[in-house]
Design a protein around this ligand. Structure first.
Ligand SMILES: [Zn+2]
Length: 257
């Protein structure tokens, strides 16, 4: 057993070394955040939240590294031939639509002249701890993109097609009828997607959707299967953040093989 263990270790190390030696992958990262707070709405989800000072340090590091934040609408304009991407683009996304995205995250973002995409669960809008319509409109006015995280956060692939379509369509119309500008992007609840769900998104006039799969995105990436890296509450400080960005690169290299 010990020999097998050693052999497996050596093999893994060798494969990793080969992957590391491959040329730098093309593409830009999309980061997935949830709450930016010291006091999460549900303490059970503590690991999904990034404290404000940690978030600010991550943005400072990204800026120092020369990254420019864009929205997914910016990205799609370039996909359709309008304009070009900045030298080092990055997309910051926030799932579920927590109120601290407005009260805490937005000031940290704006102090650095950065932008983001916020995906809301529309049946939570206006409830305690969640963003309300006025806050969403204000974020859109300030240049952030608002997207749908469906009406109820049900994993779409395990729903019947009537429910899938309602979750996708009604969340979009709710936001637009509430006075927001057109919604173009969706974040899959629990990262669950398949070709049937993607087809509904096309028919309902969504242009992009983000998954929970690690990797980097290029103009050729399927816009309904955009790769994203999950940023959790770090235990290793900024090093862990850099490792997560590295993970995206690593998976992009693997996919290019
Ligand atoms: Zn979610």
């Amino acid at each position: 057993m010990r020999i097998i263990g050693v052999a497996a270790f050596v093999l893994t190390a060798l494969i990793s070394a080969v992957i590391l030696l491959l040329p730098e992958p093309e593409g830009f990262p999309i980061l997935e955040y949830h709450q930016v707070t010291d006091a999460p709405l549900d303490p059970a989800f503590e690991v999904y939240n990034v404290p404000p000072d940690v978030f600010a340090a991550q943005l400072d590091w990204l800026q120092a590294e020369g990254y420019t934040t864009i929205t997914l609408q910016d990205f799609m304009r370039v996909v359709h031939g309008k304009g070009t991407l900045p030298a080092k683009p990055i997309v910051l996304t926030f799932d579920d639509g927590y109120e601290d995205n407005y009260t805490t995250m937005l000031p940290i973002l704006e102090a650095r002249g950065m932008t983001a995409v916020v995906y809301v669960i529309t049946n939570e809008v206006g409830k305690p701890g969640y963003l309300n319509v006025e806050q969403l409109k204000d974020m859109q006015r300030r240049g952030l993109e608002i997207g749908s995280h469906t009406s109820d956060h049900l994993p779409l692939t395990s729903q019947d097609d009537v429910t899938q379509r309602r979750q996708i369509r009604e969340s979009k119309t709710f936001l637009e009828w509430s006075g927001l500008q057109t919604i173009y992007s969706l974040s899959y609840p629990n990262g669950a997607f398949n070709p049937e769900v993607e087809q509904i998104l096309r028919e309902e006039n969504y242009l992009t959707a983000v998954t929970g799969e690690a990797g980097l995105n290029t103009l050729k990436t399927n816009p309904y299967e955009l790769y994203r890296i999950h940023i959790r509450k770090p235990r290793l400080g900024l090093l862990e953040f850099k490792l997560r960005l590295f993970k995206a690169k690593f998976f992009a290299k693997l996919r290019a093989l």
